[in-house]
Design a protein around this ligand. Structure first.
Ligand code: KG4
Ligand code: ZN
Length: 464
């Protein structure tokens, strides 16, 4: 049934317009991400209307760049995959409508992919690429092995400088490397931690496809949302994660003792209805309360700390230093699509202690380090106890927050201490991209699970 094995993935669920060509869910041929960060940065968060408009501007050049980067045309594809949810309705619709039109015009099957499953497949794709790299290194010593391929797997084509092209930087192979697709794979406890989600799933591969069981989730804000809100409060750039990640290295993580109270399921059922969209769509009541997260409290605690310690003015001064003036409408909407994502200068994230101290006084760096230490500690505690309670011997951490250095280091250390396998995607595959969507579509392509012509966006689509 597969011909070329090539799937074009399209992702527009939030603030990245992305397209990628992936071969058999196991090799990224090209991957292009046009980020809208510059557009949303000054608002401290994603503005849905601006996101849809930017996707409309970027979708055609991004898909063209992905095809050109793979050195193929639409006729070389086996299928087109697109994120159908969860995400912003208007943003999702841009990708879905374009994918549908391309599939219809080129008589290609269309595959709908859940964005959260995409994040999980980012790890699996990376694991397969690492395995392939190892095998090709060993076969290089054996000239008779392997047939020459038209497309070189594991090598990502370079694209225009306007877009970021996903590089082949190594992930964190850990002890699980190469064992994720073994014939009798054990279930993997998967933490999907991003700007919109903090979910724990038990992922079980069965006969080529993956089944998911929801084990835990946030009852209010996602961890990435807390990063973004705290960064905004402290007058740092958007998205907040990379800023806090960089600055936390220069602060004392034990300076401010933040704590997380145990969440009681009954309080959430009997009390006021949860306000966030994520909380409304979840079957929180049937989950073990030990595996529920809540990140709105720590955001409020940081706010109180800032007010109590007179840090408001300092944060205000910082934001006007980083973003000297509001842009005009025309500035944030360049007419020339070649300049997409390039039109608003982005402030640089401090990398050295001197640069960090040039931006934040030591007590602010201490507050940032303490916030991150507490968030990572809470994610760790619940993930590892869920793994233990569900008997999972391997852990997979993915989503934008999985790019965090402290998170990777502490999770890796704890997994080693407990004798568990652990895997993360590469940094580029942690945040939103389309390679993960094309990879997640491969088992669906083999099972011929195609989307109907009536496919529409489902902003609150769940995985389990
Ligand atoms: O997966 P993603 O790109 O988009 C969603 O599906 O939400 O995740 C974006 C989130 C943002 O909240 C961002 O602040 C966070 O991931 N993030 C990080 C880091 N890089 C991105 N959080 C902590 N540390 C990082 N290095
Ligand atoms: Zn995401």
């Amino acid at each position: 049934m597969p011909g070329s094995g090539l799937i074009l993935g399209i992702e527009t669920s939030c603030d990245e317009t992305a397209a990628a060509v992936v071969e058999r869910g196991a090799g990224t041929i090209s991957s292009v991400v046009a980020s809208q960060i510059a557009t949303h940065a000054r608002y401290g968060g994603v503005v849905p209307e601006l996101a849809s408009r930017e996707h409309l501007r970027a979708i055609v050049p991004v898909v063209r760049a992905a095809l050109a980067g793979a050195n193929i045309t639409l006729a070389d594809l086996d299928a087109i995959a697109v994120t159908s949810g969860p995400g912003l309705a208007g943003a999702l619709l841009v990708g879905i409508t374009y994918a549908k039109a391309l599939a219809f015009a080129n008589r290609l099957p269309l595959i709908a992919v859940n964005h959260l499953e995409g994040h999980i497949h980012a790890v699996l794709l990376n694991q397969r690429e690492l395995k392939k790299e190892r095998e090709s290194t060993s076969s290089e010593n054996d000239p008779g092995a392997g047939a020459p391929s038209k497309l070189r797997l594991g090598k990502v084509a370079q694209t225009s400088t306007v877009y970021s092209s996903i590089s082949a930087e190594p992930g964190a192979p850990g002890p699980a490397s190469g064992t994720w697709d073994s014939p009798n794979p054990a279930p993997a406890l998967s933490l999907v931690v991003s700007g919109g989600h903090t979910h724990l799933y038990l992922a079980q591969p069965t006969q080529g496809t993956w089944r998911y069981m929801l084990a835990g989730r946030t009852v209010d804000d996602a961890a990435g949302e807390a990063y973004d809100k705290v960064a905004k409060l402290l007058g740092l750039g958007y998205p907040g994660g990379p800023w806090i990640d960089a600055l936390a290295r220069f602060g004392n993580p034990r300076a401010v003792p933040f704590s997380f109270a145990q969440i009681k399921t009954k309080a959430h059922l009997g009390g006021k209805a949860p306000r966030t969209k994520a909380a409304k769509t979840a079957p929180i009541a049937r989950l073990d309360p030990h595996f529920l997260f809540s990140f709105s409290g720590i955001k409020t605690a940081v706010l109180r700390y800032v007010e109590l310690h007179g840090m408001r003015a300092e944060a205000k001064a910082r934001v006007s230093r980083l973003f000297p003036r509001a842009p005009t409408f025309s500035e944030s909407a360049p007419a020339d699509p070649e300049r997409l994502g390039d039109h608003v200068p982005r402030p640089a994230i401090p990398q050295t202690r001197e640069e960090a101290l040039g931006l934040c006084p030591q007590p602010t760096l201490d507050l940032i380090a303490s916030f991150q230490h507490a968030v990572v500690g809470d994610l760790m505690k619940k993930t590892f106890s869920a793994a233990e309670s569900l008997g999972a011997k391997r852990i997979l951490v993915t989503g934008g927050v999985a790019a965090n250095r402290e998170l990777r280091a502490r999770f890796t250390e704890e997994a080693a201490r407990r004798g568990l396998a652990i895997a993360f995607p590469t940094l580029a595959l942690s945040t939103d991209n389309a390679a993960m969507i094309a990879a997640a579509a491969w088992p669906r392509f083999l099972a011929q699970e195609f989307a109907p012509a009536s496919l529409s966006a489902d902003p609150s689509l769940t995985l389990a």
